[in-house]
Design a protein. Structure first.
Length: 245
């Protein structure tokens, strides 16, 4: 990935409505897990490290990331020492973890089943795996191409591969549901009209005006009050909580 991409990514990750909203939804799933007091947590594919401070509230955090620039930016946060690594065969840790989170990473990996099986070897028995991925192949856009995505998922497809890897699925749902009609409409229209792809891609990481960003953060993050209680029927993304058998 281009170095400038990660610099832009890092600059907005703490404020942009999408990252903030996803972080609050993920935390809503972690909080009730009753992890051990000194829980060991791994984020596989941490990007520039925007989730590390939140995760550190629940235990001792380790993190890995494929890209060297992203690793450097994540380490500047000084939450933990982020190491370079990749799935399925280059996990730089031998510890056993109480929780592994893999947030919008699985779609980048050629062999998602092998990646999930590899993560299982780093989990303690009956410990937790938390996954988010982008939803629906029909939402495929230039955003997916420049981020080197291999696929998008339905909830059923994600559940199937997670079970095949030997986990028990405890909860699954779509999310980013309130904004789904808008996001889907815009993406489908751009694909239909074949609008400027480069302009479309550069806008993904732009920070909206403060009032708009604040409203979108509130709207997106409000879904956390439903997450873990009901399974939302559609959305831009999928979240799944599984337990190692």
């Amino acid at each position: 990935m281009d170095k400038n991409f990660y610099l832009q990514y890092s600059a907005v990750e703490d404020q942009h409505w999408w990252f903030v909203g996803r972080r609050r939804i993920v935390e809503e799933l972690i909080h009730p897990l009753n992890l051990p007091k000194n829980a060991k947590i791994l984020e596989a594919g941490c990007g520039t490290g925007g989730n590390l401070t939140m995760l550190a509230r629940y235990g001792e955090v380790a993190a890995m990331e494929l890209d060297e620039t992203a690793c450097q930016l994540a380490n500047e946060r000084r939450v933990t020492t982020v190491q370079q690594g990749s799935l399925p065969d280059k996990i730089p840790f031998t510890s056993q973890y109480d929780l592994i989170v893999i947030l919008d990473v699985l779609e980048h990996i050629d062999d998602d089943l092998s990646a999930l099986e590899a993560l299982s070897t780093r989990l303690k028995p009956n410990s937790w795996l938390l996954i988010t991925v982008p939803a629906y192949q029909f939402l495929w856009s230039y955003h997916d191409e420049i981020n080197y995505h291999k696929r998008r998922y339905t909830l059923k497809k994600l559940q199937r591969v997670v079970k095949q890897a030997g986990y028990s699925v405890c909860y699954g749902s779509y999310f980013n549901t309130w904004l789904f009609p808008l996001v889907a409409g815009v993406r489908l229209l751009k694909n239909l009209l074949k609008l400027d792809k480069k302009a479309d891609a550069s806008s993904d990481l732009n920070l909206p005006a403060k009032p708009i960003n604040k409203f979108l953060t509130f709207l997106f993050a409000s879904e956390r009050y439903l997450i873990n209680r009901v399974s939302l029927p559609f959305g831009v993304s999928v979240v799944l909580l599984a337990q190692k058998n």
